[in-house]
Design a protein around this ligand. Structure first.
Ligand code: PRP
Ligand code: GLN
Ligand code: MG
Length: 482
């Protein structure tokens, strides 16, 4: 199987717009600014009050809609869209969203960001009930549950079905009556509501998509919420009780676009704060602070400002590297990174360097960059990671589902330092990260899912539990053997 060289994989962008005369055009623009959340496929479904129009394909949004006529054909005042990075099921066309369900009682379309932890169990149950699957991902399961539900009203069918789901999810659902935005009981995946000057309402993954089309932010969806929008405006309901906000911390660290604001916190400021916090926790004397373009530049600026050591552009990223799918050998991964990043010799030569990155997953990037900077004449390289050690997999929509691939789950910090060849290595502490993001929440999790770092999953793992336990046991045994 071919794998893509990125180490941290994004996790889908969703967008919906109601009562706009340029619905599909706005969906395209909004989705374009969510492209960083997934590059495997894209699709838009529109509705003109009478008929539904759909266009989907594999690859980037601009590739899928290369022929603009395909966008023009998506007529109507409402549209929903999806940008995919697979976490469940194959990458094939059948899994590209939105999904349409031709329920004679009320047809509807669905866009989903996240990952269901009980998908296998639900799929078995649905198969026994004779459901007709159109895909093999988890996202269609909600639609199939709604189709099988016997309640009279669509909203009751939806609520009853949502209560059967476990894991991380943000959904946008379009019906003939309007649009519905949904956040799981923990608010693991972000979703916001906004409004445009023409009165149209928008639901989307990140505020950068609202800014893109000139819409005003209204609110973030809170855990367990269901926002229903129709011609009379919007109403807020709950399909279940909130279990307390635990939005994904990696959204702030890496996934979201730096100009987005999630639950009142600017992603750029959070990243800068994390950089400043690690400068305080792990200071080191050096000549210059470098970031790894692009996602760690904010944190590197924060480090530089807090330490008083100047920031410089010691590396550049090739903007034209197409997403390369390569054989999953370490050697080829490293070559993949080498196509993306290059050193600026005049900044690096003869210098003691602080290299800030946002995260280490497998260690491929750090290892390559240390070599790159050494070859460019760096005197010493002190790696500072602006997040804690990633030791645990994610089951809520980020594509790291196994401890085996996480260097932090298998090695100590000193062993990682040795393997990447740095002069020193330090990570941000968990309290340092929580304080830097500083969500306004007083629950025990401080509003954040920090499971990657501390293994404190805010939900049961359901279908993933046995595999997780077996893997944990195996790693403990192999550490004991060492
Ligand atoms: O330890 P690793 O397995 O190499 O993974 C960690 C790297 O992956 C991410 O960057 P990525 O290359 O995915 O993309 P970016 O250009 O968006 O930072 C992240 O920002 C780290 O740099
Ligand atoms: N990254 C995501 O949110 C993916 C959504 C869904 N689980 C899929 O694989 O299509
Ligand atoms: Mg990176």
């Amino acid at each position: 199987m071919l794998h893509e060289i990125k180490s941290l994989n994004e996790e889908c962008g969703i967008f919906g717009i109601l009562n706009s005369k340029d619905a599909s055009e706005n969906a395209y623009l909004g989705m374009h600014s969510l492209q960083h959340r997934g590059q495997e496929g894209a699709g838009i479904i529109s509705f003109d009050g009478n008929k539904v129009y759909s266009y989907k394909g594999q690859g980037l949004l601009s590739t899928v809609f290369k022929d603009k006529n395909n966008l023009k054909k998506l007529i109507g005042n409402s549209a929903i869209g999806h940008i995919r990075y697979a976490t469940a099921g194959s990458r094939g066309l059948q899994n590209i969203q939105p999904f349409f369900f031709n329920d004679p009682r009320m047809p509807f379309a669905i866009s989903h960001n996240g990952n269901l932890t009980n998908a296998e169990t639900l799929r078995k149950h649905l198969a026994e009930c004779g459901a007709h699957f159109q895909a093999d991902s988890d996202s269609e399961l909600l639609g199939l549950l709604i189709m099988l539900d016997k309640h009279d009203k669509f909203m009751n069918r939806l609520k009853a079905s949502l209560r059967k789901l476990r894991g991380g999810f943000a959904f946008i659902i379009m019906t003939a009556k309007g649009m519905i935005g949904i956040a799981d009981p923990h608010g693991l995946r972000p979703i916001v509501l906004g409004q445009n000057k023409d009165g149209s309402y928008i639901l989307c993954s990140e505020t950068c998509a609202l800014d893109q089309i000139g819409a005003q932010y209204i609110r973030d969806l809170q855990p367990g919420e269901m926002i229903t929008i129709n011609d009379n405006g919007y109403t807020i309901n709950h399909f279940t009780k909130s279990q307390g906000l635990t939005v994904c911390s990696l959204e702030y660290i890496y996934f979201a676009r730096a100009d987005s604001v999630i639950h009142g916190v600017s992603v750029h400021e959070a990243r800068k704060n994390m950089g400043a916090a690690i400068a305080q926790e792990h200071p080191v004397k050096a000549d210059v602070v470098l970031g790894v373009p692009n996602s760690s530049l904010d944190a590197a600026i924060g480090y530089a400002q807090a330490s008083g050591i100047p920031f410089d552009m010691g590396m550049i990223k090739n903007q034209y590297v197409a997403r390369t799918f390569i054989e999953p050998t370490q050697d080829k991964r490293e070559r993949g990174v080498s196509m993306k990043l290059a050193a600026v010799k005049s900044v690096v030569q003869g210098k003691d360097i602080i290299l800030v990155d946002d995260s280490i997953v497998r260690g491929t990037t750090s290892k390559y960059i240390v070599k790159l900077l050494q070859a460019a004449g760096a005197k010493s390289i002190h790696v500072r990671i602006a997040s804690p050690v990633i030791k645990y997999p994610c089951f809520y929509g980020v594509d790291i589902e196994s401890k085996a691939e996480l260097i932090g789950a298998n090695k100590t910090v000193e062993e990682i330092r040795e393997s990447i060849g740095a002069d020193s290595l330090a990570y941000l502490s968990i309290p340092g990260m929580i304080n830097s993001i500083n969500i306004d929440s007083n629950n025990q999790y401080h509003g954040l899912c920090t499971a990657y770092f501390d293994g404190k999953y805010p939900t049961k793992l359901y279908d993933y539990q046995d595999k997780y336990d077996a893997e944990t046991k195996q790693i403990e045994q192999s550490k004991g053997v060492k």
